[in-house]
Design a protein around this ligand. Structure first.
Ligand code: FPP
Length: 259
């Protein structure tokens, strides 16, 4: 294994392969919304004898590459699982590193995201994040709020069950206040009370790192999503892997329960 391969795995760009994959994609049948469970940062670092923080830092590079790719392909929504409600159980030092990386990522990337017409959004209990993270997010929302290209949604302090519990609480509150009839509660009403209000459901959900789990991500929204798993660890995940996922997605027949 050469030096760069050892450090970065398969993460160096491969223009010839990218070109070939791009040619195989039907641009009229792109998924409208791609969601990604960014997993495997710790293992990526461990395999290289590096601290976990190095895996997370390398994971930010993958995020950068995938955001750029989605934006240039014309994908409308990309949602990434960056921090779950369960991730607080990690050592405080690792939690701090993840929060610092978020602030650093937004600080460094915000202008370029804005130039590329990307709109930054977040889902989860943002109000429980450290003040520095909340400030970086609100700056990003303010700068990019009117953009009309890719909507990049960061799932932060996010849990799918918690999102549903909160929606139930809000809906029950409206019923109690007499603003909503019990019989009027349908899927549309539930959708309108989720963090993802206004967003289409994900068409394609990608989980790298070989794990075959949903991990409390977008539970309601994933009802009819196509799932794509990859053994590649997130820090090695690049444009070619995303293109492979899209090609595979385009071969699938989506029936939404019909025939
Ligand atoms: C899972 O890998 C990944 C996370 C808990 C965090 C994802 C975060 C990033 C990709 C970087 C931060 C980006 C932003 C914008 C905050 P893991 O640590 O569970 O990996 P392992 O299962 O191999 O241990």
């Amino acid at each position: 294994m050469g030096f760069w391969n050892k450090i970065f795995g398969k993460s160096r760009p491969n223009p010839a392969e990218e070109k070939e994959l791009l040619a195989a994609i039907d641009m009229n049948k792109l998924p409208m919304h791609i969601a990604i469970i960014m997993d495997g940062n710790g293992r990526w670092a461990a395999r290289r004898g590096l601290p976990r923080a190095a895996g997370h830092r390398a994971g930010v590079e993958s995020l950068r590459d995938i955001v750029k790719t989605c934006s240039s392909l014309g994908i409308k929504y990309l949602t990434v699982y960056a921090f779950s409600t369960e991730n607080w159980k990690r050592p405080q030092e690792e939690v701090n590193i993840l929060m610092d990386l978020l602030v650093e990522y937004l600080g460094k990337e915000m202008r370029e995201l804005h130039q590329n017409n990307v709109k930054v959004r977040a889902i989860g209990r943002i109000e429980e994040l450290p003040a520095s993270a909340q400030k970086a997010l609100s700056d990003a929302f303010e700068l990019t709020g009117n953009n009309t290209g890719l909507t990049l949604t960061l799932a932060l302090n996010y849990g799918g069950r918690l999102e549903i519990v909160e929606a139930v609480q809000k809906i029950a509150g409206e019923v109690l206040k007499g603003r909503l009839d019990l019989k009027a509660i349908d899927e549309k009403v539930v959708n309108e009370h989720l963090y993802t209000v206004g967003m289409p459901d994900p068409d394609l959900v990608i989980r790298p790192s070989g794990e075959l789990r949903i991990s409390n991500f977008l539970l309601w929204q994933m009802a009819y999503s196509e799932l794509w798993y990859s053994p590649v660890l997130w820090p090695s995940f690049r444009k070619v892997h995303l293109l492979q996922a899209i090609i595979d997605f385009q071969k699938r027949q989506r029936r939404f329960g019909g025939l």
